[in-house]
Design a protein around this ligand. Structure first.
Ligand code: SIN
Length: 283
């Protein structure tokens, strides 16, 4: 039988697990599925190489883990509305996901995760970084953990434009006003510390792209603590970096990891296919 000798290798001390010895075009035996699901939840991301999947095979693999609704905000390949195309073309400067974030944290039910498959890559650059928000929380002091357990954080889609003022991403005041209006309903308050639904581990559930402030605190009061926590969570010790090949997959657990798509390949083309997974009934 195929896929019975899956090997798992940590990608760094706390984050990421490289999975080999598996061909995702073939059926995934129950034992391999359980090992991968455990690694996903525990390490925040599992990565694969050499997976030359058709869109149908990509979708079928993602559906093993939960519901996959049509992709929001993205173009999709013909016949596969569930697969979002994440593209950056040579004449573009802004990429998708170019700052630390958890997908859709501004929604009441954020996704379980996403299976991202590399289709076309730049000659160099375009790596993706991941940070485990379970180990980020574990490694805080008991005093800070206790304070954070009592806080709730505001997440807004429009915050992503306000938060990022780097020259290749900053937008003018008119564009900020437009996104504030367009996304005024895409805002949600979550506990700053959540519990992972599968492992029970406490998770620091905030991110630099969408989290604006703590509920009941002003923006200015919130930012220093948020910025300290973001720096702590994204430290080299708590993160890993995945360098893509065509046919590579990164499958992240959006409940316990943040990710960051590096935007260091201007003038080149990078095309990825993403299937976003939700826990049953939450899409
Ligand atoms: C994303 O944030 O979903 C995009 C990640 C990537 O393109 O590496």
């Amino acid at each position: 039988m195929k896929n019975t000798a899956v090997t798992l290798r940590p990608m760094s001390a706390n984050t990421g697990m490289m999975v080999s010895g598996i061909d995702l075009r073939e059926p995934v035996p129950e034992a391999a599925y359980r090992e991968m699901r455990h690694a996903l939840c525990d390490r925040g991301v599992i990565c694969f190489r050499g997976q030359d999947l058709t869109p149908a095979q990509h979708l079928a693999f993602a559906k093993l883990f939960g519901d996959v609704p049509p992709a929001e905000f993205l173009k999709t390949p013909d016949g596969f509305p569930e697969i979002g195309i994440i593209a950056k073309l040579p004449d573009e400067t802004r990429n998708v996901g170019g700052n630390w974030h958890s997908d859709h944290s501004f929604d009441s039910h954020a996704p379980l995760g996403a299976v991202l498959l590399a289709r076309e890559l730049p000659e160099s650059g375009g790596d993706t970084l991941f940070a485990n928000m379970g180990s980020a929380f574990d490694s805080l002091s008991d005093g800070l953990k206790e304070m954070l357990r009592g806080l709730r954080a505001v997440h807004a889609k429009a915050q992503s434009w306000h938060a990022d003022t780097r020259p290749d991403r900053a937008v003018d005041a008119a564009e900020l006003a437009r996104v504030d209006e367009e996304y005024k309903d895409r805002i949600c308050v979550h506990p700053a510390v959540t519990r992972h639904p599968e492992t029970g581990r406490e998770i620091l559930f905030i991110n630099p792209t969408y989290t604006s402030h703590f509920e009941g605190w002003t923006y200015d009061e919130s930012r220093p603590l948020l910025e300290d926590l973001f720096a702590h969570a994204t430290s080299p010790e708590n993160s890993c970096r995945f360098q893509w090949d065509e046919g590579s997959i990164a499958f992240w657990d959006n409940r316990s990891a943040m990710h960051y798509a590096l935007n260091d390949y201007h003038g080149q083309r990078r095309i990825m296919h993403r299937a976003t997974i939700y826990e049953a009934g939450t899409a």
